[in-house]
Design a protein around this ligand. Structure first.
Ligand code: PMP
Ligand code: GLN
Length: 387
């Protein structure tokens, strides 16, 4: 068969979660909570089912949910998206990404990605016939203990064929977030171009140490060219529901919905009804950073007692740690070894690079997910102390 995705195998998340099961390891790899969602949200779903919300909802999403999303975005980021024409409910952020790339990337167009990047971006761009141009984040060094974005490099990567720049902050896997200076830079390099910005903000409500998530929706000049994507999976601990959304100006939304309506048409009705009602209590997303701060602090403090060297994480439910005091194995080998020999599963950061085996993609870093119960984190730390 002439594969359209010859380089694609099983995702690293599936591979590592299967290994965790096989070796009965503590799984801090794949990003999903090991605790349940809020009981009220579960009750709202069964109530919606009993009330008969079991048929196709509107193609763009249940209207009350689109309204609730619009209200939230207005209150947090000061931008009004018309729920009728500018908010679309999708089957997770994954479908939002796939539909966006299909809608806007023409064969031969270039898409700029900041590397490392989430694993679904390249296959989605490839299927659209696009060409990926990757710009590396600057890795941590003796001067700076975290990854940083060199916007001059992003600017230098722009060509007349650049159709879209994909951004993902808070960033998976590094946990870095955007500053006002970053927004200034994005504004500077895109002004006067017709480049579309795809902003994957699925970790928008998980930011640490009193910092704030800066959405591309918060600036008019950026919002005008942006598809802003989020996911209820991360916000309400429901990764298995696969419900997300896209906020974008009408002209972009029209094209996005053309793909969305033939990719999935619409997404689960009772879940959307329940989410619309649950969103009426903003404390559920407002308290999320504090909830994850405690888990972040627990894992960070624990790792500091081991031979791992954790890097600061400003957002998301991930943090990276350097293992160079333990081993000089490449990241994938180290991750397999850690599962097999020490019973803790992590994700090699090289998996978020275009060529995971290239020396430039290996910095002796692994990703830990702390969306786990405290006893799970403590069990992992106990094992990691012996590594
Ligand atoms: N983008 C990023 C950066 C993610 O980390 C994830 C999920 N893990 C997704 C998109 C996909 O989100 P969803 O599960 O809602 O499809
Ligand atoms: N986004 C999750 C992560 O980064 C995984 C999602 C998936 O398994 N596809 O771990």
């Amino acid at each position: 068969i002439a594969s359209k995705l010859p380089d694609v195998g099983t995702t690293i998340f599936t591979t590592m979660s299967q290994m965790a099961l096989d070796y009965r390891a503590t799984n801090l790899g794949q990003g999903f909570p090991d605790f349940n969602t809020h009981p009220d949200l579960i009750s709202l779903v069964s109530k919606a089912m009993q009330e008969g919300y079991n048929q196709y909802p509107a193609m763009a999403g249940y209207p009350a949910l689109r309204q609730a999303i619009s209200d939230k975005v207005l209150s947090l980021y000061g931008r009004h998206y018309d729920p009728a024409t500018e908010v679309t409910v999708t089957s997770g952020a994954t479908e939002a990404l796939m539909s966006s790339f299909q809608a806007f990337v023409h064969p031969g167009d270039e898409v700029i990605l900041i590397e490392p990047f989430y694993d679904s971006y390249i296959p989605a761009i490839t299927l659209a016939g696009g060409k990926v141009v990757s710009v590396p984040l600057t890795p941590p060094s003796s001067d700076c203990d975290k990854y940083t974005i060199d916007w001059n490099k992003v600017e230098a990567a722009i060509s007349p064929k650049t159709r879209l720049i994909a951004l993902n902050f808070p960033h998976n896997p590094t946990g870095i977030i955007l500053s006002e200076q970053d927004l200034d830079a994005i504004e500077r390099i895109t002004t006067g171009t017709d480049i579309i910005l795809l902003s994957d903000e699925v970790y928008e409500h998980i930011v640490f140490n009193g910092k704030k998530h800066l959405s591309l929706a918060s600036r008019k000049s950026l919002a005008e060219r942006s598809l802003v994507i989020s996911s209820f999976g991360k916000t309400y601990h429901t990764t298995g529901w696969k419900i997300g959304y896209v906020c974008a100006p009408e002209a972009l939304t029209v094209e996005l919905r053309k793909v969305h309506q033939f990719a999935v048409f619409t997404v689960s009705s009772p879940m959307q009804v329940a989410l619309a009602q649950f969103m009426q209590q903003p404390e559920h997303h407002e308290n999320l950073s504090a909830f994850y701060q405690d888990k972040h602090d627990l894992l960070l403090a624990g790792l500091q007692q081991t031979r791992f060297r954790p890097l600061p994480s400003e957002g998301s439910f991930f943090l990276l740690a350097d293992y160079s005091r333990i081993s000089d194995m490449p990241e994938i080998e180290f991750s397999l070894w850690l599962t097999q020999e020490h019973g803790v599963t992590v994700i090699p950061v090289s998996a978020f690079y275009r060529d995971p085996s290239a020396p430039d993609s290996n910095h002796q870093l692994v990703r830990f997910c702390f969306a786990k119960q405290d006893h799970t984190l403590n069990a992992a730390l106990e094992k990691l102390a012996k590594v």
